[in-house]
Design a protein around this ligand. Structure first.
Ligand SMILES: [Cu+2]
Length: 343
């Protein structure tokens, strides 16, 4: 045995020597070329989480310097894409399907245009969105582009953006270890800001309805790129016939839902894949996005309710006519929940 394996090893060794020799011979002149340097892999955090249910909707570091040929690896912690391009793209768009305007997941956001590990050579490029059943993933690109600034964004979270500067080969830049520390510091600073804002909002939360309306701040505002995934009054005590108004502050970075418990994700999918003959697949925006309960509706004992996707600056009101305990969550943000007690 082993003869064939020895031959293989010999062939590989010969090939390696040949490649090495070609490298030396090819390196004319005394300038160190980028392609002769050991390339680094830099990790960028795509979002992060902190105490008190804080989620950071930012890339960290937001500004990264690399050399041509280095790899950027995004550590994706939630529902984010990375898309290089000039324009913003909405996550949900309206398309005419069978004659009816239908909200769908924007294919430019949802689907990748480059494979994980591919070379980025400039222009438009998109990582696509992670599989919702496995949100934690890594996506990497080899930055094979001229020195310059390359900006990218997450289309699911408007304002979540990053810049990669490809610098000249001879410019000294932070090491991957230093970049990892920068990322940690950036995330921690934002998490601390959001925790402080949450405690401020909780301390000033209402204890009763005012003019028949109990207002629940849904995700605290003024938190920069960090999102406090909380209700400032997780316990809303009202009288029968009063209204709860959930308000997403315009200066908060996340959109939310109000979903009664028990919540059934199978019955209320967010995106529903559609087979399209001769075209790319379409993702219909499902009842999870569109909601099943109108703003301003009245809820009776035992009735469920599901709001539409509430963007910053939007609100959702329900009037509760029967005494009881009504627990609810925001189905896209684990740990974000509250209770309405109707007396
Ligand atoms: Cu939420």
């Amino acid at each position: 045995m082993h003869k064939s394996r020895l031959i293989k090893v010999g062939v590989i060794a010969a090939l390696m020597i040949a490649v090495f020799a070609a490298g030396i011979l090819g390196n004319r002149g005394n300038r160190v070329m980028a392609q002769d340097r050991a390339h680094n892999t830099y990790m960028v955090q795509a979002g992060g989480f902190g105490e008190a249910n804080v989620e950071v909707l930012a890339f960290a570091p937001a500004y990264l310097k690399v050399h041509r040929g280095d790899t950027v690896m995004w550590h994706v912690t939630s529902f984010h894409n990375m898309r290089f391009g000039e324009q913003d793209e909405p996550f949900i768009i309206v398309q005419e399907i069978n004659g009816a305007p239908t909200p769908i997941g924007n294919p430019k956001v949802v689907f990748p245009t480059l494979a994980n590990g591919a070379a980025y050579t400039g222009g438009e490029a998109n990582s696509g969105l992670p599989d919702v059943s496995d949100l934690k993933f890594h996506f990497s690109l080899v930055m094979d582009v001229e020195p310059g600034l390359y900006s990218y964004r997450c289309d699911v979270h408007p304002g979540m953006a990053g810049i990669i500067e490809v610098v000249a080969d001879d410019e000294v830049i932070p090491s991957p270890g230093e970049v990892a520390l920068m990322a940690e510091t950036e995330l921690d600073d934002q998490i601390d800001q959001a925790i402080g804002a949450y405690f401020g909002a909780a301390a000033t939360a209402p204890t009763q309805a005012v003019d028949g309306v109990f207002t629940v701040i849904t995700g605290v505002g003024g938190t920069g790129r960090a999102s406090s995934l909380t209700f400032n009054s997780p316990l809303a005590m009202i009288k029968a016939g009063e209204t709860v108004r959930w308000e997403v502050p315009a200066d908060s970075p996340s959109a939310h839902f109000i979903n009664s418990l028990p919540y059934d994700p199978v019955a209320l999918p967010d995106l529903i894949p559609q087979e399209n003959a001769g075209g790319p697949p379409t993702l219909l925006a499902g009842p999870g996005f569109l909601g099943t309960t109108a703003d301003g509706a009245t809820v009776a004992a035992g009735e469920g309710f599901n709001s539409r996707f509430l963007n910053p600056g939007e609100s959702f009101s329900l009037t509760f006519k029967d005494p009881g305990v009504y627990a609810y969550i925001c189905h896209v943000h684990p740990g974000m929940g509250g209770v309405v007690v109707v007396q």
